[in-house]
Design a protein around this ligand. Structure first.
Ligand code: NAD
Ligand code: AKB
Length: 316
């Protein structure tokens, strides 16, 4: 149920998740309640749907002033450098991913904010983690700077919860597939590009090998999971670092075959690049039983339904 006193700030609102999350939060809470912010210009899909402010989350003072000016009670922090982009400039990725989170957690502490959402990723797992049905608690030795920053971020979230009682919640998203906004430089981006190329040219060159399985999720499930986690009673949240969450797992070969059912002329070839190493270090599929048991997580989209929905919407 929407709470009249809530004021929500989405940081990184113009990114792949931010656009859809902001629109959904505005649908639930009302447009005036959800302030969208980003470094970038306002995304066309957000225009006219509610307040938008330009914000560099690396500047703690500006962020702090904004929290006070708008009486913000909840922050969804989505600004980050993703896995593939992170490997091009590791120290920058570390700096942005860590400092943005610390700025939000510190202001949350100073202003006693009600709730913070910060997503982690399957990238926290590394080559020594079990690949199948990867558990919530297992060997975690990420090999990318993005994964290292996500793992460190998880520890900070749990620390602020334990030490300062900040109500921080998070999900380890798998690769997210969506049609409304573009992906932001990740290893799982192929699973979006393939749909666009199948429809525009009937051909796609995959930067991952045919049999590279990765955990994936359709954006409507990811948005619903995020909101369900944030709306769950605090007593049900047993994991304050970030929950494993799953929906489906497929390889480039499998998604190509699924697309071909709808686009018979579609063909794919494979030219693995440096992103293959990143994908090889990640799980194939995830054990999300804690999310299921604690707050009732249940995905709705598998590969078939997601493929149909993606193609239908991209053809509109
Ligand atoms: P994205 O790159 O599409 O969007 C991030 C947004 O943050 C961009 O609009 C960018 O302009 C903004 N931003 C960057 N630096 C900023 C700054 N200093 N101040 C304000 N805004 C800034 O990323 P996304 O895919 O929407 O991911 C959002 C979050 O979810 C990230 O933490 C990411 O690690 C996590 N995640 C995403 C996926 C996925 O598949 N998309 C999977 C796992 C985890
Ligand atoms: C990426 O590929 O970097 C992201 C992620 C799984 O965190 N999509």
């Amino acid at each position: 149920m929407p709470n009249r006193d809530e004021k929500i700030l989405v940081v990184g609102a113009c990114g792949q998740i931010g656009v859809e999350l902001t629109l959904q939060l505005r649908k639930i809470h009302g447009e005036g309640v959800v302030i969208a912010s980003d470094l970038r210009e306002e995304h066309p899909l957000l225009k006219g749907t509610g307040p938008y402010v330009s914000l560099d989350i690396m500047n703690k003072e500006t962020f702090h002033v904004l929290v006070l000016r708008y009486n913000i009670t909840q922050v969804y922090l989505l600004a980050a450098i993703l896995s593939a982009t992170g490997e091009k400039n590791p120290t920058l990725a570390w700096h942005i991913n860590m400092q943005s989170l610390l700025n939000v957690l510190e202001v949350a502490k100073e202003e006693n904010l009600a709730k913070i959402y910060w997503p982690s990723s399957i990238a926290v797992f590394g080559p020594n983690s079990p690949k199948d049905n990867t558990p919530q608690h297992t060997i975690i030795e990420p090999s990318t700077v993005y994964g290292i920053s996500k793992y460190a971020g998880e520890r900070w979230c749990e620390y602020y919860f334990n030490r300062y009682k900040i109500d921080v919640r998070g999900l380890r998203y798998p690769g997210l597939i969506s049609y409304k906004s573009q992906p932001g430089g990740g290893t799982t981006d192929y699973a979006i590009e393939i749909f666009h190329d199948a429809l525009s040219s009937g051909q796609y060159t995959s930067f991952l090998k045919e049999d590279t399985y990765l955990p994936m999720m359709y954006m409507p499930d990811a948005i619903r999971a995020t909101i369900e986690l944030m709306e769950a009673d605090a007593s049900k949240i047993t994991i304050r670092s970030s929950y494993n969450i799953g929906a489906m797992s497929f390889s480039p070969g499998e998604i190509a075959a699924e697309i071909k059912k709808h686009v018979p002329e579609f063909s794919i070839n494979y030219k693995p690049d440096s992103r293959q190493n990143i994908a090889d270090s990640w799980p194939k599929n995830i054990d999300d039983s804690d999310a299921k048991n604690d707050w009732g997580w249940k995905p709705e989209f598998g590969i078939e339904r997601m493929t149909e929905d993606m193609l239908r919407n991209l053809q509109k």
